[in-house]
Design a protein around this ligand. Structure first.
Ligand code: APR
Length: 253
């Protein structure tokens, strides 16, 4: 029996399944992940461009990174992996997605219950006076106008969680409840290198749930898994959805 069939057999039919996703699920949408060869952290030093201190000490470097991120995300669309998870939710086989991604692609694919563990690029605010700003303005920031500054002089930044910043409390609480209540947690497209998101598989495991994984490289939490499928989420998730929904066609609807 192949591993996707194994995962399908483990999948609860009462919908008490939760997906924990990471950057790997958006690679097929043209957004590089962080830690694969050629990933973002091989091109940028996260300590220079993705920490709370960097925003204060080196806003120009942070905005160089953000302009790159805005460009690839503006050009991205949901891929069959996002669409398959939205389909499982629609059919009552997935309760929610907890995503570490900030690209909004799960929602654009039709997922309704999405916990954005690391925030999102869908809105911005001034790092000093907290004035909110619309994301649309970010697409207009160029090397000539970066870093984006508020009238108060503060740096405008997206509503994402930089290294060293707290996870939004509602996201932390909601994802903890989902993981502890789930009968199965699917790890998809994440290395599980980063805390506290990487604690969720153990929360599900400790409360009696199964943990399964679909990843190109196995994650740091693979040892907790009842099944580990090595492969691309955009290929394996539609296959899993077809198996669970008893449909043959692989075209994600
Ligand atoms: N299908 C499935 N898995 C994939 C694919 C794919 N097409 N492409 C890559 N992967 C896997 C990689 O093998 C890796 O295990 O996705 C994982 C991506 O891991 P990371 O690059 O570490 O991304 P992620 O786990 O989301 O990082 C977590 O770290 O830098 C911070 O805030 C950032 O949210 C991010 C967090």
């Amino acid at each position: 029996m192949d591993v996707i069939e194994q995962i399908a057999r483990l999948w609860p039919r009462n919908g008490k399944a939760v997906a924990l996703t990471g950057a790997g699920i958006s690679v097929a949408s043209g957004i590089p992940d962080f830690r694969s060869p050629g990933g973002l952290w091989s091109r940028y030093d996260p300590m220079r461009v993705a920490t709370a201190d960097a925003l204060d000490d080196n806003p120009a470097a942070v905005w160089d990174f953000l302009m790159d991120a805005v460009r690839v995300m503006d050009a991205a669309s949901p891929n069959p992996a996002h669409l398959a998870l939205a389909r499982l939710e629609r059919e009552g086989l997935l309760e929610a997605v907890v995503t570490q991604n900030i690209d909004g692609l799960h929602q654009r694919a039709g997922s309704l219950s999405v916990v954005e563990f690391h925030g999102s690029m869908a809105s911005y605010h001034c790092n000093t006076c907290k004035e909110p700003f619309p994301a649309a303005q970010a697409s207009g920031i160029t090397p000539a106008t970066a870093p984006w500054r508020c009238d108060c002089g503060g740096v405008v930044r997206p509503d994402i969680v930089f290294f060293g910043e707290a996870i939004p409390l509602d996201a932390l609480n909601k994802s903890g409840q989902l993981a502890s209540g789930a009968e199965l947690l699917l790890i998809a497209g994440t290395s599980c290198e980063v805390a506290p998101a990487n604690a969720l598989p153990a929360v599900c495991n400790r409360t009696g749930g199964k943990v399964v994984e679909i990843n190109v490289q196995s994650s740091r939490m693979a040892h907790l898994c009842d099944a580990v499928a090595s492969g691309k989420a955009e290929e394996l998730l539609p296959r899993l959805a077809d198996m669970l929904l008893g449909t043959r066609n692989h075209t994600a609807r």
